[in-house]
Design a protein around this ligand. Structure first.
Ligand SMILES: Cc1cc2nc3c(=O)[nH]c(=O)nc-3n(C[C@H](O)[C@H](O)[C@H](O)COP(=O)(O)OP(=O)(O)OC[C@H]3O[C@@H](n4cnc5c(N)ncnc54)[C@H](O)[C@@H]3O)c2cc1C
Length: 385
């Protein structure tokens, strides 16, 4: 992997270095040999999730009393970045760890935590978060899925789309209106254990241009009766506040993953241009190649300093939504730019799927769209000026 010649950040300790090795080993041995098959079938094997659970790579933030290792976002970040460095971009584990689980950890009742967290650590429960609908993506206040109270139950109706882990997930946090007239204040998060309910249906595993090994799906909820205990937290109407509070971590996770891809793209490309010859010399010996890679390495170095600083701030509870949005937008734009430059330096081979850079090019594009589009990130940063 490219040496960006940076000292390890303060938050990186020996335990995290060991976790890095363990995660790298897991992706190399359990995922890489089967990755083409995962791409063909459009999802990972459930067994891989169980193995990830056995190796302590799921639910890193979950405290020991709920069966977890009691880590923090640094553990999630290490597990995520190693996936991207290994080219295992489609694994839904990082979303499960750093995006879905924190909702249950932070807002779940004691009973909910006891019920779900241990199974999220073992991989028995695979999680997803369903916010987006066919008619509401950036504008989440426009969701039309409803969860209407009926005695001791809620009745859930609606449709979601583009949901990561959508084919495999058996625990799904659904953004729904408990008070359809209440706007943001009428929004709640409902936890659906899909094996236990009727009226839930998975739609197509959507055909995407990249991230082929991840299952991204439509989900349908038709008169799904949920127990009152499916409401996340103790009160209705807290959904928007809960979503907003988790944004910095969600956005930072995407930035961290972009950093992993940037390092991988540079590393592969530097190796390639040292081997490939044209006009009797190595491609790296053209001044253009060195200049392009010099620019990429400089920007990658700046990006890594920034993203490491953001992780440090998040761990201290000091990362603002604006700064997290800067990291998400800037790192994901940069990764697409660097991967594009790297692909160009591969010539025609860069366009061939058998070369890792081709897959990186396809996989990276979505990062500018999901987790809030980069335009929405600029809106958030602009509001804070
Ligand atoms: C592979 C993949 C995985 C996903 N995973 C999940 C998931 O697990 N869970 C989930 O809930 N969602 C998921 N999404 C959905 C994703 O978060 C949304 O696609 C994204 O938020 C954008 O919403 P939209 O697609 O409806 O686009 P729209 O909101 O329709 O936006 C269209 C365009 O308009 C721009 N735009 C919108 N509003 C403004 C504004 N106010 N100012 C300026 N420009 C604006 C957008 O930036 C964009 O360029 C996933 C999407 C993909 C592609």
């Amino acid at each position: 992997m490219t040496d960006l010649n940076l000292p390890k950040p303060d938050w990186m300790n020996e335990e995290l270095v060991m976790l890095e090795d363990m995660a790298a080993n897991f992706y190399q041995t359990e995922c890489a040999p089967h990755y083409e098959r995962f791409e063909e079938q459009g999802k990972f094997d459930r067994e891989v999730w169980h193995k990830a659970g056995q190796m302590g790579l799921l639910g890193a933030e979950i405290p020991e009393n709920y069966g977890g290792p009691g880590g923090n976002f640094a553990h999630d970040a290490v597990i995520a970045i190693e996936a991207n460095k290994a080219g295992i971009d489609g694994f839904g584990g990082p979303l499960h760890n750093a995006i879905v689980i924190p909702y249950i950890l932070h807002y779940g009742s004691e009973e909910q935590k006891q019920r779900w967290l241990p199974k999220l650590v073992s991989g028995e429960l695979i999680s997803a978060i369903a916010m987006t609908e066919p008619g509401a993506g950036s504008d989440l206040q426009g969701v039309t899925t409803t969860a209407v109270k009926d005695g001791n139950h809620y009745v859930l109706n609606g449709q979601k789309t583009f949901i990561t882990n959508g084919q495999l997930a058996n625990l799904i946090i659904v953004v729904a209106k408990t008070d359809p007239q209440g706007g943001a204040k009428g929004t709640s998060l409902m936890v659906v254990e899909t094996d236990d309910v009727e009226g839930f249906r998975r739609g197509r595993n959507l055909d995407k241009i990249g991230l082929k090994s991840n299952d991204t799906s439509e989900l349908f909820f038709d008169e799904v009766r949920l127990p009152a205990s499916a409401l996340l937290g103790t009160e209705e109407g807290q959904g928007f506040v809960q979503l907003m509070q988790q944004l910095p971590q969600e956005r930072l996770l995407i930035a961290v993953q972009a950093m992993g891809r940037i390092e991988r793209a540079l590393s592969h490309t530097i190796d390639y241009v040292k081997e490939r010859k044209a006009f009797g010399k190595r491609v790296i010996d053209f001044q253009n190649t060195r200049f392009k890679l010099a620019e990429c390495k400089t920007e990658a170095t700046i990006a890594k300093v920034f993203v490491n600083d953001c992780v440090g701030k998040l761990l201290k509870g000091e990362l603002s939504t604006e700064t997290a949005s800067m990291a998400k937008y800037w790192l994901t734009d940069l990764q697409c730019k660097i991967i594009d430059e790297c692909l160009q330096l591969h010539g025609g081979y860069g366009y061939m799927n058998e070369y890792p850079i081709a897959r990186m090019y396809r996989d990276a594009r979505v990062e500018r769209i999901y987790g809030g589009t980069n335009e929405i990130m600029k809106l958030v940063i602009g509001r804070g000026l």
